[in-house]
Every structure is written in C-alpha cells, then in structure tokens.
Design a protein around this ligand. Sequence first.
Ligand SMILES: Cc1cc2nc3c(=O)[nH]c(=O)nc-3n(C[C@H](O)[C@H](O)[C@H](O)COP(=O)(O)OP(=O)(O)OC[C@H]3O[C@@H](n4cnc5c(N)ncnc54)[C@H](O)[C@@H]3O)c2cc1C
Length: 495
Amino acid sequence: MLKTGQQHLESLRDGRKVYIGDELVEDVTTHPAFRNAAQSFAMIYDRKRDPENVDVMAFEDDDGEICSSWYLRPKSRDDLRKRRETHRRVADWTCGLIGRSPDHVASFVTGLLWDPDLFEDNLKGSAANLKAYYDYMRKNDTFACYTVLPPQGARQPELYQREGLTVPTLRVTAEDKEGITLNGMKMLGTSAVFSNETWVGNLLPLGEEQAAESVTCAVPLNWAGVSIWARKPFERFAVSEFDAPFAWKFDETDSMVIFEDVKVPWERVFTHNNAALSRNIYFETPSHAMGNHQSNVRFQEKLKLIVGIARKSAELNNVLQIPAVRDTLGRLAAAEAGLGAMIAGQIEDAEEMAPGYLNVNRRHMYGTLHWCTQNYAILCETVRELMGGGPFQMPADISVINNPELKKKFETYWSVPGQSAIERMKFLKLGWDLLGSDFAGRHQQYERFYAGPAFINTLYSFMNCPWDEMTGTVDRVLAGYDVPAAGEMRHMAAE
Ligand SMILES: Cc1cc2nc3c(=O)[nH]c(=O)nc-3n(C[C@H](O)[C@H](O)[C@H](O)COP(=O)(O)OP(=O)(O)OC[C@H]3O[C@@H](n4cnc5c(N)ncnc54)[C@H](O)[C@@H]3O)c2cc1C
C-alpha cells in the first residue's frame, strides 16, 4: 500500500511519549515544535502517490500490491536506477535536509534479506520473522527510524560499575517464551518523533561480554515503556518561514529513546546474544550499502542547494565577474559533478552479493560516504566566505515591514541595483539558515557523524579495498626488472 500523508499523520497520533524538556507533547502533528516537519513527512507520502511520481517511486510486489520503491529488491541496473531516482525525488522535495526520510531505514531492512541463514543460524525462526517484518513494513508503508548506538560515554561498563552506577545502555534484561524485555537507552533517533517504529540494533562493534546488548529488534514507538527525549527543536524557535525557511519545516529532530521494561515478542527479534553478528548483519549483506546509498543521493541534492546559494550570492553581491570568485564557483560545480559521477558509478559497477540480486558497489559507496563526510564543512565554509557579512546587515526579522515608516527606510537603505531590500533579506535569511544558524550547526554535526565517526568511515574503505589488486601492481612492476649482477651497476654520473 502507499499511504497518504493524512494516514501518516494519523498514525503518529498513537499515544507516544515525546518529551521536550519537561513537557510531554500531546500530539506531535499539531505541536508548534513539530507540526511543520510533520507536514513535510506527510508531503513525501502524498507526492510519492502523484501520477507523475508513482511509476518511479512505487512497484508492484509479488502479491500484486503497489509498494514504495525503497522496498524494491533490485535484480537489474534499472531497478537500482529506480531506487536512486526515488531517493533523489524525496531529497529534492526536502532540499536534502531530511536525512532519515522514510527511504533510509527501509533500505537497510530490505538489504538484510539477502542472507536468511545469517539470522537463522543465530536464532531459530528469525529468518522467517525478518521476512515477515519486511512484508509488514512494505505492505503498511511503515516509517522506521533507527537507534543503533549505545549512549555516548556508556561504552565502558566497568567505569559505571566501579562507581556503583547503572549502565544506561539498552540490553535484554529478561526473556521467556513470548519474547524479550528491554531496558536502557539508545541513541540517536533522528526522525523518531515522526516515525512509526524504531529499528534497534548495533552498528558499533561489541565485546563478547556485551552479549545482552547485541539484540536487533523492531519496536513501535508508542509501546508501553518507550519514551522519546527530543533535543532542542529548531522549528519552535523559527520566527517565521521567511526568517528561517529550513528550520521552519525541515527539522527532522534527533532524540534519545528510552526503553523501560519494554516487552518485544520473538517475531520482532532478529538477532540475540551474539555480539559479532548483531553488527555483521549490516556488512555481510548489502544493508549498510543500500541505506547509505540513499545518504549519498540525498547529499547531492543538498549540495545542489549549497552551490546554488554560492552562485546567487556572487550575483547579488556583484562579484561574479571576478576571476577568483569564478574559480571558487568552478570548484564547487566540479565537486557536485564529481559526486554525481560517484553515485552513478555505484550502479554502473553494481555487485551481485546473492545470486539473482544486484546491489550498489560497496567500495564506491564507501568512497562517496567518506568524501561527503569529509567535505561538507569545507563546502559550507567556502559559501559562507562568499556571503561575507550580508546576513548580519539585515534587521532581526521581517516584522520590520509591519511599521510603514521603518519599511520605507528599510527599502531606501537596503535595496541594491536590481534587488529590493526584501528580496535581498529573503535570500540572506535562507542562506544563513542553511549555513550558519543553529539548524545549520546541527547539519554540520549530522553530516560528520550520521554514519559513525570519521575513523570508522575510513575503516569501511580499508575493509572493502581489494588490496591484492593494489599490491599486485607494485609486485608486477617489481618483477619487471632484476637485481643487477655484481659489478654490472653503473652510476650515470660515473659514465
Ligand atoms: C545529528 C546526528 C544524528 C544522528 N542520527 C543517528 C540515528 O538516526 N541513529 C543512530 O543510531 N545514530 C545516530 N547518530 C549517532 C552517530 O552515529 C554517532 O554520533 C557517531 O557514531 C559518533 O558517536 P558519538 O557521538 O557517541 O561520539 P564518540 O564515539 O563519543 O566520539 C567522539 C569523538 O571521539 C573520536 N573517537 C572515539 N573513539 C575513537 C577511536 N577509537 N579512535 C579515534 N577517534 C575516536 C570520534 O571520532 C569523535 O570525534 C547521529 C548523530 C548525530 C550527531
């Protein structure tokens, strides 16, 4: 099924416990901190169904049901292109500012289906349960976020034990024939406020002694014992759409999710008591690659916006003719073009990890992920340089036009040839919201950390590199000449 935006909004009025500080939010779809972002998620569901999008963004499953393309299990490059274009349209509609859109975790779950034995060998019945969960998600158009990290600072349990403190990390505290009981906290549920469920798992390596933490399961966010603790919501502080157009409607939010005696039936448990496996499932299948391919595609749409702001900034500040400015714009344009090629290459050089199915090339995907995480701050910095002090020359907010006298003065002093004061303010507010505001600062951190810290990202490229191919070239060159016989060696200078 392809749910409507309205159906998605209704599904969020489910009694979930969301806290902003000490405030318990009654309805995330109407609360001033979340309502516009909730509408943005609803918009994705509605536009996906539109006649001009549905052919690309949906497919017919084996039961003849129409489902979102992010659940498509690709068998050809055309299927991979369909998935890419689906991610691209979602990112285009949200300016690449919603990282955990409904296509992200769904792609992770779809990728996990490649190797059922991996699950079954650990937990009897889990392969069928995983397939049933995928069917459930696909048929209900379920939106899941994921919480796959222990809370920061809680990764060395012995420090807590020494102080007599409870280790806050989520773990299985009991199990019976119905299922397991979860207690503890997980980070960091981006989009949790707007999701139906959270996928609980482990993307960081666990030690064997952490077996109780090595659970992978899916938990609806309104279940008894689950609470969502949101960070400061930027939407609440956006004065108006004019003053902060992105914070106004695209703050996906990030939240800690707490589990207190949450009962999860076995049908929703996919790994249990196996520290290594709970992480390996993402890498021994295309899961991690499919999920992060979405991130690569999303990043490109955001980069288009950033490059567009750079160009407009140069035009509006009347510096476009300066060779050094053109050089900067050329470098930004080259970066965006190169990124597009890196993403296309993932499909062109697709891999077949399981017979009959194709997945994006993992090495290319990790190379792209590395490039994006390392370059986001540099790209933003370049455009901020071009913006100069413009954002701070503007009045505090657009309320200045409420007073006819102030409005007249604003128009007199702030207008420039070819651009009214209000047009100029609109653009500079937009640029600052993306590149300098509180919202922008969160995006800097998001792009750096959403797929784990830099040293882990580099490790993915290390692990997936065909080192024999690299060292083979060195060996071939070395084998092409011999050690000179004694006395044969002559220095050029000596001849
Ligand atoms: C905005 C945002 C959204 C996020 N969304 C999600 C989400 O949706 N789901 C989810 O599960 N997680 C999410 N995360 C969490 C993210 O995966 C983690 O932030 C990331 O893995 C880093 O972990 P940490 O924040 O605990 O930092 P730490 O692990 O505490 O690291 C802090 C710093 O120390 C460095 N460091 C730590 N250990 C080493 C080492 N051994 N060698 C070298 N350097 C080291 C790190 O590189 C980093 O710079 C999100 C994070 C952010 C910031």
